[in-house]
Design a protein. Structure first.
Lengths: 250, 300, 410
């Protein structure tokens, strides 16, 4: 079968992982004091910082009567990629990423609760090693939870690719930079795992329709696994920071 | 000699948590089902979907009879009638001022909700509109009470009492609203001599003790003199100490009220130099001892 | 900083105006006339007020506004004796449109400013520090693995992340045996929503130009150590600074982080070179540990001195910055002796000036300037010593223990 060699003969990927193994995720909520909510997330070697401001009064030109305005910005530090990047944001890719981020997060935020307000979500990629968009969505979800903004459910994003093993298609979850550069197909899904709904779907390269379901369900499964990890991190953060007055049961 | 510059390494970072993890309450995270029954009423932080009640923020459940709310750790201030807030005037508009109170929409202070100088009771005239700027300008700090909440959630404030109004000299500290307990009295005179206003919206105002009683009827000169008078050195030291103590309590996420601030102040007296309280270790020390004292009192 | 403002109007179209702070340093005639007396007191009449208070707005806008305010009521504030600049003015135009300008910086009430100014006079600031004390700082190097060197500095609320990347470049013809260094500052929107898009560009350009000037002198950073082949190949250092949070005193934090990142930078060794008819083909060592460190002992540090009232303070917080009319930024070279082990016994060299800059709409009497600068020299020396101690201690720890990266996680 034509296609890059993403799986070795022992069934290991280019970076030594198994096909359905996610990269290690480490995260922390409440990293900064100035924004209303902030979070730091590491997915393998990809490091992302997210900050949320709001909800605050929307600028008159932007405010909506029936819901909150969600404003996103995706920015990559100049030292984040192997080759130095000249402009952190403002180029087409960053703008496209900002729009995608907005789409995925607007699906999760309960926008009807905050008319005439605005929520600003700023994401900064400190180190990009593949899957930067997915890490950004996950970090932004954590930052929104840290800010106390009501969400319908966690918004998680995961990417998936496909390789061949013994003539059978084997989906790979959480695509790294090496695998992206090798030329395999990359399907990125941003979904709300607990409801099962999909906020954003994006694909690069080509994929035959017969294999679409397999790769898609692997990506959704990846989202569910990530949600479990994020949920654990949120509970740890709550355990550290709760105050005795909160619990009232009458 | 205490050094003027202190640089520490990340490996020496201090964890500010003072919690003892004995009894942890039940936490809810967004999207989690709270209960499936229909006879509960939805409060803040919850939403109904598919016949069940789900949480929309991450926090602790508060259940009062049939009302279920989830209270997040951090959020913007949600105003309720009767709350005391400290706010900053953002804009002077026609017949009202726009006040920033750390909530999701700017609050409003109507011209009809302030006391006229001289204490008169009359309809506001056109001259009053043009004198609005003399009363409150952009950047001024005021203490006020929430009069009503508009349908979109913005607050309407009033200063129709002698204890509210424009604030004079002092320092403002911003903390998270969830760290402020709702109490009957928000204006405190601490034993160390300072007056503290703990706003429900997370803005805390520390001011030096007033040596002469200024009322609404005093002449403008007296008020101006009071405003530009220099604060004495000992008062300044106390204010700096209290400010650093509040910062220490906030870093360890302890609830703020006059008792905890006073305990923290007393615990911090062992540090002679107030600027030593800026060190993370000192902050953790003060917070830990304060938490200890509060726990002891609660157990009694 | 740029702020876009809401305007209220009484019928008629609204006008949204963007105000740039620090962009145009127009010195008002009235102000410079009085600075000799030390009392920055100014009295205004309608015409001149628009010129003074709108200092910092582009020249075109000034002419437009002047035309509009000629005959109308202008609400303004008169300050006597205090060096407060007017925070905002409201202008009622002939057709009853109201334009509101808010000068940048934190919004503070006049009484808060009075309190801060008196505190500085008394050498006792609002958090107990004296005028020459710095807030506690935290430093960590080697946080970004893709970069040749990196550092993160946290100064109370201010958070700066610096990454240094190395590239091979051709040296400039007038300096054939020297390498190059280039600074790029990025103000992330994480710090404040005003930095979204291109909002932080002015500030970023200002700081990067300041750093470029500070490092320009050969006594600041010896660029000869970056040379590979004279006239043909040299190393170029790209120093990228990311400002994550702004809590006052940006320049100091940036310069400290830059110096720490340069201290941490590793330049790969050149193993072999093939001369191929004028073209040089370099072979670099693949081993990440087979590299050399830079000698950055004399790299300059910037010290910001904010003039509040009559005295100057170092390390102003955000509130103190909005109370000051002018601040002086000095760049002073470091003390190389601190940076080598056992160097305390050697004779200390005097730090040298590499740059001096002023920001703010006010002005400074020459004597105050001299005092401020000497204060800055003392502060820079203390900063350098503390930084050297911390960096050497960290290097020692990394040698003995396995490097554990904390970053933002702990």
């Amino acid at each position: 079968m034509p296609g890059p060699d993403l799986l070795s003969s022992q069934g290991l990927r280019l970076d030594g992982r198994r096909p359905n193994e996610l990269r290690r995720i480490r995260c922390k909520l409440g990293v900064f004091t100035q924004p209303d909510g902030s979070a730091y997330l590491e997915q393998g070697n990809t490091k992302v910082l997210a900050a949320v401001y709001g909800p605050h009064q929307a600028a008159k030109s932007k405010s909506l009567q029936d819901g909150v305005v969600v404003n996103c910005q995706y920015s990559m530090a100049t030292f984040s990629t192997g080759e130095r990047k000249n402009r952190p944001r403002g180029d087409r890719k960053s703008q496209e990423m900002s729009m995608h981020l907005r789409q995925a997060l607007t699906a999760a935020i309960k926008t009807e609760l905050y008319p005439r307000s605005q929520i600003d979500i700023y994401v900064e990629v400190l180190q990009a090693d593949g899957g930067a968009y997915c890490a950004c969505v996950n970090a932004a979800t954590l930052a929104l939870i840290d800010a106390g903004i009501p969400l319908r459910a966690y918004a998680c994003a995961c990417s998936a690719s496909m390789a061949w093993r013994n003539g059978e298609p084997e989906p790979l979850v959480d695509v790294g930079h090496v695998e992206e550069a090798a030329g395999g197909v990359v399907l990125t899904v941003a979904s709300l795992p607990s409801t099962g709904s999909i906020g954003l779907l994006e694909m690069s390269h080509r994929l035959h329709m017969d294999y679409f379901d397999v790769v898609m369900s692997r990506a959704m499964q990846g989202c569910r696994d990530i949600e479990v990890i994020l949920d654990r991190a949120v509970r740890e953060h709550l355990a550290e920071g709760w105050t005795k007055q909160d619990v009232i049961t009458i | 000699m205490t050094s003027h510059v202190k640089i520490r390494l990340a490996s020496e970072r201090v964890n500010h948590s003072v919690r003892s993890n004995n009894e942890l309450p039940r936490f809810y995270t967004p999207g989690e089902v709270i209960t499936g029954m229909q006879d509960f009423m939805r409060g803040h932080g919850t939403y109904a979907e598919d016949d069940s009640l789900k949480a929309s923020v991450a926090g602790v459940m508060q259940k009062v009879n049939k009302l279920i709310c989830i209270r997040p750790l951090k959020s913007r201030y949600v105003g309720e009638i009767g709350d005391v807030v400290v706010g900053r005037v953002l804009e002077v508009q026609q017949r009202r001022w726009k006040v920033e109170t750390n909530s999701r929409l700017d609050s409003v202070l109507q011209l009809s909700s302030v006391n006229l100088p001289g204490g008169e009771l009359r309809r506001r005239s056109v001259e009053d509109e043009q004198m609005m700027r003399k009363h409150l300008q952009e950047g001024d700090l005021i203490s006020a009470e929430v009069q009503s909440v508009f349908s979109d959630g913005s607050l309407s404030l009033h200063t129709r009492s002698l204890k509210y109004g424009k604030l004079g000299q002092g320092a403002l500290i911003k903390v998270f609203p969830s760290l402020i307990k709702r109490r009957k009295n928000h204006f405190h005179h601490l034993p160390c001599g300072l007056s503290v206003i703990i706003g429900n919206n997370g803005y805390i105002w520390i001011s030096p003790p007033e040596h002469n009683n200024l009322t609404e009827g005093s002449s403008k000169d007296e008020i101006e003199n009071g405003e530009s008078q220099s604060v004495s050195r000992s008062d300044r030291e106390t204010m700096a100490r209290v400010k650093n103590c509040i910062a220490a309590l906030v870093a360890s996420k302890l609830m703020l009220d006059d008792t905890s601030i006073m305990f923290a102040y007393e615990e911090s007296l062992k540090y002679d130099d107030v600027k030593d309280l800026l060190d993370p270790e000192a902050m953790l020390d003060v917070a830990f001892l304060t938490e200890h004292r509060i726990n002891n009192i609660m157990e009694e | 900083m740029v702020q876009q403002l809401p305007t209220s109007n009484k019928g008629g179209s609204s006008l949204l105006v963007q105000v740039q702070y620090d962009q145009v340093k127009e010195k008002c005639d009235l102000l410079s006339k009085d600075f000799d007396t030390g009392l920055e007191s100014v009295e205004f009449c309608n015409k001149n007020i628009s010129r003074f208070n709108l200092v910092g707005i582009e020249a075109i806008l000034i002419r437009v506004i002047c035309g509009l305010v000629l005959q109308n009521t202008v609400n303004y504030n008169i300050y006597k004796g205090q060096t407060n600049k007017c925070q905002n003015i409201n202008v009622l135009t002939p057709d009853r449109r109201r334009l509101t300008f808010v000068m940048a910086g934190l919004l503070l009430s006049p009484t808060e400013k009075v309190f801060i100014v008196h505190g500085v006079q008394d050498d006792y600031r609002s958090d107990g520090r004296s005028n020459i004390d710095y807030r506690p700082m935290e430093l960590e190097t080697d946080v970004v693995s893709h970069a040749s060197g990196s550092a993160r500095l946290r100064l109370a609320n201010t958070d700066v992340l610096v990454g240094v990347k190395t590239e091979i470049d051709i040296p400039s013809p007038d300096k054939p045996n020297e390498g190059k260094i280039e600074f790029f500052v990025d103000c992330s929107a994480n710090a404040t929503p005003e930095f979204e898009g291109r909002g932080g560009e002015q500030l970023a350009l200002g700081i990067s130009n300041l750093l470029q000037r500070a490092y320009h002198s050969s006594q600041a950073l010896d660029l000869k150590q970056l040379c590979i082949f004279e006239g043909k190949q040299c190393w170029k250092l790209y120093v990228d600074i990311l400002i994550l949070e702004c809590g006052g005193n940006l320049c100091d934090a940036v310069s400290l982080a830059v110096k720490a990142a340069l201290f941490n930078t590793r330049i790969p060794f050149v193993k072999a070179a093939l001369m191929d008819g004028g073209n040089v083909d370099l072979q670099l060592s693949d081993d990440p540990y087979d590299s050399k460190l830079l000698n950055v002992g004399s790299a300059p540090l910037l010290v910001t001195l904010c003039k509040i009232g009559d005295k100057c303070v170092v390390d102003p917080s955000a509130e103190e910055e909005s109370c000051s009319v002018i601040s002086v930024i000095v760049g002073i070279t470091g003390i190389p002796n601190c940076y080598c082990d056992g160097g305390d016994s050697l004779e200390e060299k005097e730090g040298k000036f590499t740059t001096i800059d002023m920001s703010g709409p006010g002005s400074l009497a020459p004597k105050t300037l001299k005092n401020a600068v000497s204060q800055g020299i003392i502060a820079a020396k203390l900063l350098d010593k503390a930084l050297a101690k911390a960096l050497l201690r960290e290097r020692q720890e990394n040698v003995t223990l396995k490097k554990h990266s904390y970053g933002f996680l702990k």
